[in-house]
Design a protein around this ligand. Structure first.
Ligand code: SAM
Length: 374
């Protein structure tokens, strides 16, 4: 006997309901998805290349139904602390690369990181993301201590976005209480990867990702959309790679051309292609946690919210104090995704917030937002 879950039954019902109103191509995609619960390379490519506005709206709607039926019907807010902009790497696209002498470098002291995290949890965040350049100043022991405190004392989940630490280090961070890691593979096209990462090892990055999955982390990866020389076929390969490597969180953002980097002056990635990529990814990796990225919001602010109706179910709000944040310019004109403003906008858009976040926001509103705003 084949067991069909209630969620899946609801999904079939909802998709069948809209199937008569969509184009034959999108109807075919629905049939394929309901049969295989993923998409094949050709269908991913078809979505990535979509330009027809009506068909785009149809496929975004399908992706939205899948998101809301199979994952959560609310948007999860995660709080990011950019704790250091020192980096020993030379990624050609990145504004905090080691060779960039035009930015002011900072490290947030340990006690201050903890204070920011604690305040974030009090405000209503359920995940704290620690992100930084690759900075050995923060030893494994220090990070272990920070992770332990945030997870065990503030009772919240800790996600790491700190690049290529040793396997041993990631094992220790897991034991200390980190449950998620985001390590973007950036592009699965080896030639492009090597061209833009003079000092990164393609094979090691993938090996490390597989190891993180093996360790039991909710493992995140992702790609940059619109890198010089990249085609839609490469992006389809990225999506298939993430599915086949059991990636559960997906960070996909457009390339943003940045001052004082070797890729300064190259055209930015396309916001439309990024939306198409979200929809294609949702239908290929249906249960993924997928943020509507700050990079997309930086290119087109409205698209970050449109993305929440096109397959995305997460948004990262920035809780780095402004005196540091203004120097975390991994790309030019990076916007601040502010906690309260974003939460209000999500509600205005008719979307929901997770119950804990929503409760804390209502409480803050009743108190005239008298909490320390971050
Ligand atoms: N160092 C860590 C790592 O390599 O995973 C995390 C920090 S890194 C600055 C975070 C992400 O920023 C990278 O994975 C990359 O995709 C993104 N990024 C940096 N510069 C960018 C740019 N110019 N355009 C788009 N994304 C960029």
């Amino acid at each position: 006997m084949i067991y069909i879950s209630k969620r899946f039954e609801r999904l079939i019902e909802k998709l069948k309901k809209i199937q008569n109103d969509v184009s034959s191509e999108v109807s075919e995609i629905i049939n394929y998805f309901l049969k295989y619960f993923t998409l094949d390379y050709e269908k991913i490519l078809w979505i990535l290349r979509l330009e027809n506005e009506n068909k785009k709206e149809e496929i975004y709607k399908v992706a939205d139904i899948v998101t809301r039926t199979l994952t959560t019907d609310f948007i999860t807010l995660k709080g990011i602390i950019e704790f250091t902009n020192y980096c020993n790497k030379s990624c050609n696209y990145c504004g905090i690369r080691v060779q960039n002498n035009c930015i002011k470098r900072y490290r947030i002291p340990e006690e201050e990181i903890l204070k920011i995290a604690k305040n974030g949890v009090k405000m209503g965040l359920t995940t704290i993301i620690l992100q930084g350049g690759e900075d050995e100043y923060f030893s494994d022991e220090t990070l272990e201590r920070i992770i332990y405190k945030i997870h065990h004392e503030y009772k919240t989940s800790v996600s790491l976005s700190i690049g290529e630490r040793s396997k041993e280090a990631y094992k220790r961070f897991k034991e200390a209480g980190a449950s998620k890691v985001l390590l973007k593979h950036e592009t699965i096209n080896k030639k492009i990867f090597n061209e833009i990462h003079p000092d990164k090892d393609y094979e090691y990055r993938i090996e490390l990702l597989d190891y993180l999955v093996y360790l039991g982390y909710i493992t995140g990866s992702g790609n940059i959309i619109g890198l010089p020389g990249q085609t839609e076929k490469d992006i389809a390969d990225d999506i298939i790679f993430m599915r086949d490597h059991r990636i559960k969180m997906i960070g996909m953002g457009p390339f943003i051309s940045t001052h004082n980097t070797p890729l300064e002056g190259y055209p930015d990635g396309s916001a439309d292609l990024t939306l198409n990529a979200y929809a294609a990814t949702r239908l290929t990796i249906p249960y993924a946690l997928m943020p509507a990225t700050t990079a997309l919001g930086t290119l087109k602010r409205d698209y970050q919210f449109k993305a929440l109706r096109s397959g995305c179910n997460v948004i990262m709000v920035n809780i780095t104090p402004d005196k540091y944040r203004k120097n975390y310019n991994i790309y030019d004109e990076k916007i601040k995704v502010e906690f309260y403003e974003t939460a209000e906008r999500i509600l205005e858009e008719g979307l929901k917030l997770s119950p804990y976040t929503y409760r804390r926001i209502l409480e803050a509103k009743r108190n005239g937002y008298s909490y320390e705003r971050i």
